[in-house]
Design a protein around this ligand. Sequence first.
Ligand SMILES: Cc1cc2nc3c(=O)[nH]c(=O)nc-3n(C[C@H](O)[C@H](O)[C@H](O)COP(=O)(O)OP(=O)(O)OC[C@H]3O[C@@H](n4cnc5c(N)ncnc54)[C@H](O)[C@@H]3O)c2cc1C
Length: 478
Amino acid sequence: MVDVLVIGGGNAALCAALTAREAGATVLLLEAAPRAWRGGNSQHTRNLRCMHDAPQDVLVEAYPEDEFWQDLLKVTGGRTDETLARMVIRDSATCRPWMRRHGVHFQPPLSGALHVARTNAFFMGGGKALVNAYYRSAQALGVEVRYDTPVDRIETEAGRFVAAHSGAHRFEARACVVASGGFESNRDWLRQAWGQVDGAWVADNFLIRGTRFNQGVLLRQLIDAGADAIGEPTQAHMVAIDARAPLYDGGICTRIDCVSLGLVVNVHAQRFYDEGEDFWPKRYAIWGRLVAQQPQQTAYSIIDAKAVGRFMPPVFPGARAATLPELARQLGLDEGAFVQTVATYNAACRGGRFDHTVLDDCATAGLSPPKTHWARPLDTPPFQGYALRPGVTFTYLGLKVDARAAVHFGGRASANLYAAGEIMAGNVLGQGYTAGVGMSIGTTFGRIAGRVAAQAAQAGSSAPAEPMTSCETAHADA
Ligand SMILES: Cc1cc2nc3c(=O)[nH]c(=O)nc-3n(C[C@H](O)[C@H](O)[C@H](O)COP(=O)(O)OP(=O)(O)OC[C@H]3O[C@@H](n4cnc5c(N)ncnc54)[C@H](O)[C@@H]3O)c2cc1C
């Protein structure tokens, strides 16, 4: 029997597999995807957020623990577990040498990359290169990998892992790390979570930014089997993306990053949120949710020529027009309403000194909702507009874990079942997001889960499960 079974094939799973193997455990990794599509959402990433007290190779200046913590506290509105969050933050300061040892290279950020030169370390070659490096290292260390192996059920006994089932195959192991992502790719589950408005399923207008393989099968099954859940099903990292993006795997090139430089209107040509609330890396992940709450789950990001060159342009050009009425026509918006919205906004802009690198004093006055920073009149043609739809990155409903990454059943820690990555990210992210923290969470908890699972397998292979009276019947509300 293998010591540690790892379920999933993205960053968290690979960190767990590598760490367990380094600790001397035999490791089998089961990835649902075929080899060509291995790596889950992690293959789409670019960076991870790192605390540092002084400049460190690709990271400039300092990003101390408390600043990272305050950033997280702000975006989550306090819906975070401080102990687990601080573990992630501290580990982010020291994980990179380990990542390098497994073949990950870092590079300075490209200009225009979300103002994150200070806070985020970028992977050379992106997440695909990171995932490939980890698979290479895993292979060299003797981790066994099976592709095309979606696990459909985890067998537990009184909260203790016994085996994983994939079709007719049954995989026993002494310990297990489940790192199979959230449920963002499961459109039926998204439908249930978001419900209907005016007889139409809200989630039918969502696009999935990453892998199609994160169906939440094991999340659902474990919750039904009594594992404690954390988070709400509609809370997620959701970005406003190009409405023309494909249903799955559009990746980062479909993001529309000019929101804070212009206006966003809904299908009725009305504004609905402060586009300049905060720096874009701290706000980009709420805009998918904001668009999801608008009619037809559609909105339009509008800029003028002054914004061009100040953001990473999307791959596909948007609508472009010499006048505002012409732009409205191209976007299918009511011309009169659109022109009026822009005129009202323009009249409310109160000048100031525009500086997109700070929270500047260019704000509107007497406008609802206000635009609190970077508010400049849209008056310089050509005008451009991009239709937006919600792009789900990953969901936050997950498995409750403790500092050892142990899955809980009825409030009690499992002796040999651990969770890492998106499937437990809701412990740290109750809502909101700050760029790069997804990979920080997966790297920290993947490595913890791998180490602890190896210990559990080696030391406790014969340890009896603790009696868990309440867990067997407890069903958390998903
Ligand atoms: C476009 C995009 C860009 C992103 N950019 C960043 C970024 O720059 N920085 C950052 O921090 N975060 C970023 N994220 C978020 C980041 O991808 C996640 O936080 C992180 O990758 C999660 O890692 P994970 O291993 O938990 O999940 P994943 O990498 O999604 O891995 C889950 C794995 O589980 C497998 N799986 C699913 N179900 C089963 C099953 N039943 N049986 C077996 N295997 C299964 C999947 O095939 C997949 O391999 C981005 C996400 C997307 C979509």
